[in-house]
Design a protein around this ligand. Structure first.
Ligand SMILES: [Cu+2]
Length: 165
């Protein structure tokens, strides 16, 4: 299993979600290349701290068209914040066959991620905790990350776009 969980609390929460039927949680990325190295994070960031990291991630990696592309060679980290009813950033540009290390937080209430078309998801997110997962996009093209946990009237339109090049 290549999934990395930031702390014991998150790990236990994900086990709970697994028992509820989100079976993709522990097995979806068996085919991924190994992660570069484990990340040591002391505790889970608060929502405000994570928001600040996301803001910095966007500032440092924005393209002219408004999408966000982790700088080649510098990092494969992708930060993603879900709140009713938006993903931040909402548009990513990623390279094919790169194992990106997503750090994902549901910032207000529980949400989920489901990447289509792909084998990733649905993955339940616990509000206020960071889930870390490796995602690799094998084929160029347009993907969407949908919210997979009903979160209110804007849920159906809650998505991020991933352009894979
Ligand atoms: Cu939702």
């Amino acid at each position: 299993m290549n999934s990395l969980y930031l702390n014991r609390r998150t790990f236990l929460a994900s086990l709970g979600a697994g028992m509820l039927g989100a079976s993709g949680l522990l097995s979806a990325d068996d085919n991924d290349a190994p992660l570069p190295e484990p990340v040591s994070v002391e505790g889970t960031p608060t929502v405000l701290e994570f928001e600040a990291r996301v803001k910095k991630f966007i500032e440092q990696n924005s393209l002219e068209d408004g999408s966000v592309q982790p700088k080649a060679g510098a990092s494969t980290d992708v930060l993603l914040l879900l709140k009713r009813f938006t993903f931040t950033p909402a548009s990513l540009e990623l390279k094919k066959n790169v194992a990106y290390r997503f750090q994902i937080m549901a910032g207000d209430i529980p949400h989920g991620v489901w990447i289509k078309p792909s084998e990733y998801g649905p993955i339940s997110l616990t509000a206020g905790e960071v889930l870390e997962r490796s995602f690799t996009f094998r084929k160029p093209g347009r993907y969407f990350i949908f919210c997979s946990t009903y979160c209110g009237p804007g849920h159906d339109k809650m998505r991020a776009q991933v352009q894979v090049v």
